[in-house]
Design a protein around this ligand. Structure first.
Ligand code: 26W
Length: 835
C-alpha cells in the first residue's frame, strides 16, 4: 500500500464511523457556538432570540440524529413487526423542551446557555407550537408517539404537514377572531425533508378493465391527475433510552408534467398557476373537531395521507420481499386514528391488486388482518360520510372496491340474519337516500380486526349503541383502550418543581413507571410534606397568574381557588353550565350572601370551530360576564373571571400545574374520554365532574372522597330526554331562575340587545340535548362542597396529593402497553448502542 492508498483507507474508515457527539456542557457550548457563528452567521450583536434558538435546536438535533440512525438500524436488523399510526392530526406543541428532557440534557443545556449568557426560557418561548391538530384526538396521537418511543416500540406516525395549523384565536370585543397560523414562516429546524422517498398519489380519471399477462382480469386507473407526496421526517425521542422513532409528514407538490393540455395551448402561466391546486391539499388543517363539513378538499387530504403512507410501507416491503405478501400481515399493522384515514382500507386492497398483482381474496385477507380502528366520538354529527357522487368523481377505483367490500359484507349479514332486510339497510356501507353516502365508520369496522373506544364507558356505549349491529356480529373485534397522557411532557417537563420534589421523596424513575406515584399516598399524612407540596402549587399558581395577567389583563390572587376549564368550546362540554355557576356566584355576592366565602378565580379557554355559531356565542357570553364581574368593586377579590385567548399545548403546560379545580362537566355519555382531565389530575388538581368518559376511571382510582361528583348518569340522561321540562326545573329553583333572569334582563349585554337570546332559548328548550338545567342544582352543590373543602387547607392538600398519587394509570405508557399486548403485538427493540 502506498502512502496515498493508506491515507485513503484511513479516510474511508473514519467516514463509516462518526464518534458519538459529546453529551456534556462543554460540547454543547462548542457546538452551539459553531452553529450560531458559522451556520447561521450571527454574532453577539444579534439581538434576536430566534437565532440562538435555531443554534440550540441544531445542536440538539444532531444528537437526536445519531440515535435516530441507530434506532432504524436496530429495527431493520430485528426485521420485526412494525406499527403505523395513521392520523390526520398530530398536535405536537413545542419540541425543544421535550428533546432536552428525553436526551437527558435538561440540566447541561441550561448550564451551557448560562455560560453563553442566555436564558433557556427565553429561547424556549420563541418556538412556535406545532399546532397540527384540533384537540384531544391530535394531542393523543402526539402522546402515543412519545410513549411508543419510550417503550422502544417500532411505531411510525404518518400525518400531513399542513402549512397552516390550527388557527390563532384572538378575542376582539369579546368575540373570537381567527388568524391563519403560518407556523412554518421561520422554517422548522426539527424536520428533515426526504425527497428521495417521494410518492405519487392519483385523483380523478376512470377505470379500465383488461387481461393481464397471466390472462387475469385486471384494472387500470387512467387519466388521473397526480400529486406528489414529499415526506418530512420529525424525530420522536424516547425518554433517555437512545430510541428515536419517526413521525413522517407528507407535503403535496405538483408533478412536473402538470396540465400539459394547457401548456400546449400556450397557456404557460395558467398551467404553472395550476400547480396551486395540487399544493392546496396540504395547505390547511380543517378546524372542525366535532361535525364533519363534507368538503371535497378534506377527502382529498384523507386519501392523500392514506395512499402516500401505504405506498411508502409497501415500497419498503417490496424492496425486501418482492411481490410476496404472504407474511405481510404478520409484520405490519395500521392503527386508524378515527375514520379520517379510513380510505386506507380500500387503498391497501387497490395497491395489492392493481399494483402488486394479488387477487381479491388475498388482498382482502391482508387488509383485514392489518387494519385496526379507534373511535373517538359518540356524537352522530361527527360520524364521517362522503357522498358516493364525490367518491366516484375523485376516487373512482376506490369506490369500486368499497362497493365490492359492501356486496360481500352484506352477503355475510344475510347469512347471519336471513330475511332481516331492515338490518341490511342499517348495516350497509352505503346509506341510501337522495344523495347516497359512504359510511366511513362502517368501512373501518368491516375491514378491521380490532375496534376500540377510548374509555370504558365509551367502549361500552359503542357496543350497546352506535355500533350495536356490528358488535352482535363480531363481538370479538371490540375492545377498550382507556386514553392516557405522557408523564414526560405533562409532569416532568411542565412541572419541574414538582418533578424535583418527587425525585426527593419517591426517588428517581417515576417518569417511566408512573404507578410509583402511589408511593405518595402515605406522605399525604405528613405535615411537612404537605407544606412543601403547597409551596410547589403556590409557585405554579403564581406562574399561571402571571400568564393570565399578560394574556387577559385580569389579576388572579394565588391564594384564591383556581377553577379552570380549558378545552374546545362545544355545547356538550357545557362551558355554559360553568358560566351559569359563575353568574350564580356573582348573584350571591350582589345579594349579600357571601358569608364564609371562598375567593375564586375562574379561567376558561378554548377555540370554537369557525362555523359553530353557538360555540362562538358562548365565548362572547364568557367574556361579557367576565367584563361585568371584574369591573364590579363590590365583587372585588371574591370572584375573578378570565377567558384565555388562543388556548394551545404550550399554554396548557403552564395552566395544568397552576390549577386547583379541574372542570370536566360534559353531559354524561358525550365525552368519549377526555385527556385534559388526566393532565390536571397528574398535576394535583381535583376534578369536579360528571360520570362521563375517563372521569369515571379517574374517580375509581382516586376514590369518591377525592372527586367532586354531580349530575345525571348516561342512562339517566337518555331517560330524562323523554320528558325533559327545563321550564319546570327553573320554576322550582329560585337560584337558577335568578340566573336566567339576569341573562334575559340584558345585564351582561346592555349595549348589545338580544345577543344572548339564542343561549337562553337553548337552556330553556325541552329539546336541549345537553340538559343544562337538569344538572344545574347538582353542579352548584358540588361547587359548594369544593369551595368549602378548599378552605380546609390541610384536607385540600391531602386530596391534591392523592390525585397525583393515583394518576399513574393515566400514563400513555400503560395505554401503549395495552395496544401492544392486545392489538399490535410488537417486540420491544432497543436502539443499537452508540459506538
Ligand atoms: C370530521 C370532523 C371531526 C374531526 C375530529 C370529527 C371528530 C373529530 C375528533 C374525533 C374529535 C376529538 O378530538 N375527539 C376527542 O378525542 C379524544 C382522544 O380520544 C377524547 O379524549 C375526547 O373525549 C374526544 O372528544
Amino acid at each position: 500500500m502506498n502512502s496515498k492508498q493508506l491515507k485513503q483507507s484511513q479516510l474511508s474508515a473514519s467516514l463509516t464511523e462518526l464518534p458519538p457527539l459529546g453529551m456534556d456542557v462543554l460540547s454543547l457550548v462548542n457546538d452551539f457556538r459553531r452553529y450560531y457563528t458559522y451556520s447561521l452567521g450571527r454574532d453577539r450583536h444579534s439581538r434576536s432570540a430566534h437565532y440562538a434558538y435555531q443554534a440550540l435546536v441544531l445542536t440538539l438535533r444532531e444528537r437526536l440524529m445519531e440515535r435516530w440512525k441507530q434506532t432504524r438500524y436496530a429495527y431493520e436488523e430485528a426485521d420485526c413487526k412494525q406499527a403505523y399510526y395513521l392520523s390526520l392530526e398530530f398536535l405536537m406543541g413545542r419540541a425543544l423542551g421535550n428533546a432536552m428532557l428525553n436526551l437527558g440534557l435538561e440540566e447541561d443545556t441550561t448550564l451551557a446557555l448560562q455560560c453563553l449568557g442566555m436564558e433557556l426560557e427565553e429561547l424556549a418561548e420563541s418556538e412556535h407550537d406545532a399546532g397540527l391538530g384540533n384537540g384531544g384526538l391530535g394531542r393523543l396521537a402526539a402522546c402515543f408517539l412519545d410513549s411508543c418511543a419510550t417503550l422502544r416500540l417500532p411505531v411510525t406516525g404518518y400525518g400531513i404537514r399542513y402549512d397552516y395549523g390550527m388557527f390563532h384565536q384572538q378575542i376582539v370585543e369579546g368575540e373570537q377572531v381567527e388568524y391563519p397560523d403560518h407556523w412554518l414562516r421561520d422554517g422548522n429546524p426539527w424536520e428533515i425533508e426526504r425527497p428521495e422517498y417521494t410518492q405519487r398519489v392519483a385523483f380523478g380519471g376512470r377505470t379500465e378493465y383488461h387481461r393481464d399477462a397471466a390472462g387475469r382480469l385486471a384494472v387500470r386507473w387512467v387519466d388521473t391527475n397526480d400529486v406528489l407526496a414529499i415526506p418530512y421526517d420529525v424525530p420522536i425521542p424516547g425518554y433517555q433510552n437512545n430510541t428515536v422513532n419517526t413521525l413522517r409528514l407528507w407535503k403535496a407538490a405538483a408533478t412536473d408534467e402538470f396540465d400539459l393540455g394547457e401548456f400546449n395551448a400556450g397557456l404557460y402561466p395558467e398551467s404553472v398557476a395550476a400547480k396551486n391546486s395540487a399544493e392546496q391539499i396540504t395547505l390547511v388543517l380543517y378546524p372542525n373537531d366535532s361535525s364533519e363539513n363534507g368538503k371535497e378538499l378534506r377527502l382529498r387530504q384523507q386519501y392523500f395521507l392514506a395512499s402516500a403512507s401505504l405506498q411508502d410501507v409497501l415500497a419498503r416491503w417490496v424492496g425486501i420481499h418482492g411481490n410476496d405478501f404472504s407474511s405481510f400481515a404478520e409484520k405490519n399493522v395500521f392503527q386508524l386514528n378515527d375514520t379520517h384515514p379510513s380510505c386506507a382500507v380500500a387503498e391497501l386492497i387497490r395497491l395489492l391488486m392493481d399494483e402488486h398483482g394479488l387477487g381479491w381474496e388475498r388482498a382482502w385477507d391482508v387488509a383485514s388482518r392489518t387494519m385496526a380502528y379507534t373511535n373517538h366520538t359518540l356524537l352522530p354529527e361527527a360520524l364521517e360520510k362522503w357522498p358516493v357522487r364525490i367518491f366516484r368523481q375523485l376516487l373512482p377505483r376506490l369506490l369500486e372496491i368499497i362497493l365490492e367490500i359492501n356486496a360481500r359484507f352484506l352477503a355475510e349479514v344475510a347469512r347471519h340474519w336471513p330475511g332481516d332486510t331492515e338490518r341490511l339497510r342499517r348495516m350497509s356501507l352505503i346509506e341510501e337516500g337522495r344523495e347516497p353516502m359512504v359510511r366511513m365508520a362502517y368501512l373501518a369496522i368491516v375491514a378491521s380486526f380490532s375496534i376500540n373506544g377510548v374509555a370504558a364507558l365509551h367502549s361500552r356505549l359503542l357496543a350497546e349503541g352506535l355500533f350495536r349491529d356490528f358488535f352482535e356480529l363480531w363481538p370479538h373485534k371490540f375492545n377498550n383502550k382507556t386514553n392516557g397522557v405522557t408523564p414526560r411532557r405533562w409532569l416532568a417537563w411542565c412541572n419541574p418543581d414538582l418533578a424535583r420534589f418527587l425525585d426527593d421523596t419517591i426517588g428517581f424513575g417515576w417518569e417511566v413507571d408512573l404507578e410509583r406515584l402511589h408511593g405518595l399516598l402515605p406522605l399525604a399524612e405528613d405535615g411537612t410534606f404537605r407544606e412543601r407540596w403547597l409551596q410547589v402549587k403556590r409557585a405554579n399558581k403564581e406562574r399561571l397568574a402571571q400568564l393570565v395577567a399578560t394574556e387577559c389583563g385580569v389579576t388572579f390572587d394565588p391564594r384564591a381557588l383556581f377553577d379552570v376549564q380549558v378545552k374546545r368550546i362545544h355545547e356538550y362540554k357545557r362551558q355554559l353550565l360553568n358560566v351559569l355557576h359563575v353568574i350564580h356566584l356573582y348573584d350571591r355576592i350582589k345579594r349579600g350572601d357571601a358569608a364564609d366565602w371562598t375567593p375564586r378565580c375562574v379561567l376558561i379557554g378554548g377555540k370554537a370551530a369557525p362555523g359553530y355559531f353557538m360555540a362562538k356565542r358562548i365565548i362572547k357570553l364568557i367574556n361579557n360576564v367576565a367584563m361585568v364581574i371584574n369591573a364590579d368593586p363590590e365583587v372585588g377579590p371574591l370572584l375573578k373571571v378570565a377567558f384565555i385567548p388562543n388556548y394551545r399545548v404550550s399554554a396548557m403546560e403552564v395552566i395544568a400545574p397552576g390549577t386547583d379545580l379541574s372542570e370536566q362537566i360534559s353531559t354524561a355519555g358525550k365525552e368519549a374520554s377526555g385527556t385534559g382531565n388526566m393532565k390536571f389530575m397528574m398535576n394535583g388538581a381535583i376534578t369536579i365532574g360528571t360520570l362521563d368518559g375517563a372521569n369515571i376511571e379517574i374517580r375509581e382510582e382516586v376514590g369518591n372522597e377525592n372527586f367532586f361528583l354531580f349530575g345525571l348518569t348516561a342512562e339517566q340522561v337518555e331517560e330524562q330526554r323523554r320528558h325533559y321540562d327545563p321550564a319546570a326545573i327553573i320554576a322550582g329553583d329560585e337560584e337558577l331562575a335568578r340566573v336566567i333572569r339576569l341573562l334575559t334582563s340584558g345585564h351582561f349585554n346592555q349595549l348589545e340587545p338580544g345577543i344572548f337570546d339564542p343561549i337562553v332559548h337553548s337552556i330553556t328548550s325541552p329539546g336541549d340535548p345537553w340538559l343544562i338545567a337538569a344538572d344545574f342544582r347538582g353542579y352548584v352543590e358540588a361547587q359548594r362542597r369544593a369551595a368549602a373543602a378548599f378552605r380546609d387547607v390541610e384536607a385540600w392538600t391531602r386530596m391534591s396529593i392523592r390525585n397525583t398519587a393515583c394518576s399513574g394509570r393515566f400514563s400513555t405508557d400503560r395505554t401503549m402497553r395495552e395496544y401492544n399486548a392486545e392489538i399490535w403485538r410488537l417486540p420491544q427493540v432497543p436502539a443499537k448502542p452508540m459506538v
